[in-house]
Structures are given as structure tokens and as C-alpha cells.
Design a binder for this molecule. Structure first.
Ligand SMILES: Cc1cc2nc3c(=O)[nH]c(=O)nc-3n(C[C@H](O)[C@H](O)[C@H](O)COP(=O)(O)OP(=O)(O)OC[C@H]3O[C@@H](n4cnc5c(N)ncnc54)[C@H](O)[C@@H]3O)c2cc1C
Length: 371
């Protein structure tokens, strides 16, 4: 290509990018400084609660400032769809981010992503009452231990309040501190400790390449440091039924199941319980000794690690392959079980499909996707 043409294209691209940035900055500044929305009222559940907030921020963050915590696994980026709420009046137009996350039925029923709704006037919303029990917690990181090359466990002692009430399987939203030019974010993490250890929460966090919160947990936060989170959230917990249990987890999906297993042990629950844990190699396994001790204490409980990429000559005598096929060696009739799955969306989707094909009703399959 001619050098002067190349120079011209590069110059125009640079100019347009600069113009775009200036325009975006101008819009944000105008929204914040020039357009003054004044004080606005958030009416919750037909007048049950009325909050007065400064206009201009998102509904999600305005509610959090007033200690009403709505689940949001992506920290307000509009990607997780966890922060859906019914906005009865005053929510403004649906933008492109919401358009792609809400079904047409949801849009008709005034369901909105609270992270995308800006408060510009008085607004009327509906909040599920169980969310009023979500609290903000402060604690001290008492123990940090590396479980594998990309998995860390944090044990946090609660200081304010000093105890937490939750159901095994629920999650919290951890707030990271700013570091190396990266902003403070909140991300969802399942509580790995059992509810009876109520003065603490334990988390199992996988290091995600370039991930803000997981790298903060992995490399930045230190023992003795203050940490904060809100919770508990979520409806992934054991049902009241007494059916035999089939647990399946992959990677950090261990967290809620580890809480459930320790809760069953504490309750002296002796029903049949099989836990299949999928990993690549032996170096990705953790808590093996702990699970072998539980197996000794409760003979009806079995922990079955399944390795998909273990070297043929490693001497590994356990299961090889994939959890989705291995379970069939242990369970001839799956229909009596209740299944609890945790891990990435792809593993969960294929496992649910496999379980249904094998004869387990969909209503008896519960899962938490770490999307
Ligand atoms: C209910 C629930 C429970 C969970 N429990 C656990 C748990 O117990 N343990 C656990 O380890 N995880 C858990 N997760 C996942 C967790 O919430 C985080 O998603 C995960 O830790 C990644 O967060 P992060 O801040 O490190 O990464 P992020 O900063 O969110 O980044 C994630 C990825 O996206 C990329 N990315 C970020 N921003 C952009 C952008 N603007 N454009 C393109 N790419 C981008 C990053 O490079 C990275 O690869 C859970 C999730 C849910 C929904």
C-alpha cells in the first residue's frame, strides 16, 4: 500500500477514535454534572418502603447504597441478567443491552435489568421480599491457602455483623479493592463453608486469566486484610426431600457442594449420596483426604473423582474419562435420585441432558451455573 494512503487511514482512524472517546466522556460528564435529576423516590412493593436517592445513578447501585442488595454476578455490566426486577413505573426506555437480555414476555411485564435502569425521576418497583434479608458484611481474611495451581481458598472471619445465616449452596457477592489500575468490582462466589460455621465464610476461587476479582483474590489480598461482601443470595440449596443424592461438580463448582456435604455430615444424614468431581489431572484435585475421612464416617457417602486428561502411565487408579458417562457405572436407576450440579454452563447443560435421557425428571435436577 502507498505510504501516504496508509498514513491518511491511520490518522483518520485515530481522529475518529479520539472523537468517540471525547463524545462518550462529554455524555457521561453532562449526565453527572449538568443534568441534575435532584432527589428521586424509589417506591418498593406498593409503598412498603420508600427510599429517597440522588438521581443519575443506576437503580442497582442506588438500591445498594440504601442497603437493598439485588443479585448481580457481573457487577453491573449487563451481562449476567441476575439483577432483573419488575419496574412498574418510571424506568424509562429499554436500551440495547437490556433488549438482548430480556424476552419479549419479560419486556411486556415490565421486567428490567436494574443495572441498566437510570434513576431520572420517581420510580415504582417490586423487590422479592427475601432480598430484604441480604446484608452487607465486613470481615478479616484469616487464612489464604492455594489448593491447586489455579485455585485458592479464602477463609474470612466475620466482624460486622459477626455471624451469617444462610443455606448450604447459596452465594455471596465479594467486593475486590482497586489494584494495578483495575477498579473495585463485585463478583458472585458460592459459600464453601457450612452454615453451622456461622462466624466464618470460606470461598474457593479459580484464577481466571485477566479476571479482575479472581486475580485480586489470587495475588493481591493478604491474610489480615479487611474484606467486604453482601449476601446471602440464590436458590441453589438442598430440598426438604429425603431422596438419595447425586452431586456433580467441576473445578471451583466444588464450593457449594463442599458446604452441602459438610452440612449433611453435621446433621447425621445417612442417605445414599454420590459425589462425582470432574477434573483434568491429579494436580487439579483437592480435599481428597477430607473426603476420604467423610467416607469413613458415613459409609453411605462416596466421593468419586473423574480425570479426563491424566497421563496413561501416571499410576492413577481412580476413574478416567468424563463424569457424564462415569456415573452410569455406579447408578443403574437414576430416577430415584435428586441431582445437584455446579460448574460452567457447558458442563451443566450437557449433564442435565444426559440425566434426563437416563430417566431423571428435570424437576429433580438443581444447578448453579458459574457464568
Ligand atoms: C452464582 C455464581 C456463583 C459463582 N461462584 C463461584 C465460585 O465459587 N468460585 C469461582 O471461582 N467462581 C465463581 N463464580 C464466577 C465468578 O463470579 C466470576 O465470574 C469469576 O471469578 C470471574 O471474575 P473476574 O472478576 O475474575 O473476571 P472478570 O473481570 O469478570 O473477567 C472474566 C473474563 O472476561 C474477560 N473480560 C472482562 N471484561 C471484558 C470485556 N469488557 N470484554 C471482553 N472480555 C472481558 C476477562 O478477560 C476474563 O477472561 C460464580 C458465578 C456465579 C454466577
Amino acid at each position: 500500500m502507498d505510504h501516504s494512503l496508509f498514513f491518511l487511514i491511520a490518522l483518520s482512524t485515530g481522529f475518529l477514535t479520539l472523537l468517540g472517546c471525547l463524545l462518550a466522556g462529554f455524555i457521561v460528564l453532562t449526565e453527572k454534572k449538568v443534568l441534575n435529576y435532584g432527589q428521586c423516590t424509589i417506591d418498593i412493593n406498593n409503598g412498603d418502603r420508600k427510599l429517597t436517592v440522588a438521581g443519575g445513578s443506576s437503580l442497582l447501585s442506588s438500591l445498594a447504597e440504601q442497603n437493598v442488595f439485588i443479585p448481580s454476578a457481573c457487577g453491573g455490566r449487563g451481562t449476567c441478567s441476575f439483577c432483573k426486577l419488575k419496574v412498574e413505573n418510571g424506568g424509562g426506555f429499554i436500551g440495547p443491552v437490556e433488549e438482548s437480555s430480556l424476552t419479549s414476555v419479560e419486556q411486556k411485564n415490565n421486567i428490567r435489568l436494574s443495572c441498566q435502569v437510570k434513576i431520572r425521576s420517581d420510580i415504582r418497583i417490586h423487590v422479592p421480599p427475601e432480598l430484604f434479608s441480604v446484608k452487607k458484611f465486613a470481615g478479616i481474611l484469616e487464612r489464604k491457602r492455594f489448593l491447586t495451581k489455579d485455585m485458592v481458598e479464602l477463609r474470612i472471619r466475620l466482624t460486622a455483623p459477626e455471624t451469617i445465616t444462610f443455606k448450604a449452596g447459596q452465594y455471596l457477592q465479594l467486593q475486590s479493592e482497586p489494584y494495578k489500575g483495575r477498579e473495585s468490582v463485585t463478583r458472585a462466589y458460592s459459600i464453601a463453608s457450612p452454615p453451622h460455621d456461622s462466624g466464618y465464610v470460606e470461598l474457593i476461587i479459580r484464577q481466571v486469566p485477566e479476571g479482575i476479582c479472581s486475580n485480586w483474590a489470587f495475588s493481591v489480598v493478604k491474610e489480615g486484610q479487611k474484606v467486604s461482601f453482601s449476601g446471602p443470595y440464590g436458590d441453589f440449596f438442598l430440598s426438604e426431600n429425603t431422596s438419595p443424592l447425586l452431586f456433580m461438580a467441576w473445578g471451583s463448582g466444588m464450593a457449594p457442594i463442599w458446604s452441602m456435604v459438610r452440612t449433611l455430615q453435621k446433621n447425621g444424614d445417612t442417605r445414599k449420596c454420590l459425589f462425582f468431581f470432574g477434573a483434568r489431572t491429579q494436580s487439579d484435585l483437592f480435599f481428597i483426604d477430607e473426603f476420604r475421612l467423610i467416607e469413613k464416617a458415613i459409609p453411605s457417602f462416596s466421593f468419586i473423582p473423574v480425570l479426563s486428561r491424566e497421563a496413561v502411565d501416571s499410576g492413577w487408579a481412580g476413574e478416567r474419562g468424563y463424569t457424564t458417562t462415569t456415573f452410569k457405572k455406579y447408578i443403574s436407576d437414576i430416577s430415584a435420585f435428586e441431582a445437584y450440579l455446579c460448574g460452567g454452563p457447558a458442563m451443566i447443560d450437557s449433564t442435565v441432558e444426559e440425566f434426563v435421557k437416563s430417566g431423571l425428571q428435570k424437576e429433580k435436577i438443581f444447578f448453579d451455573k458459574f457464568s
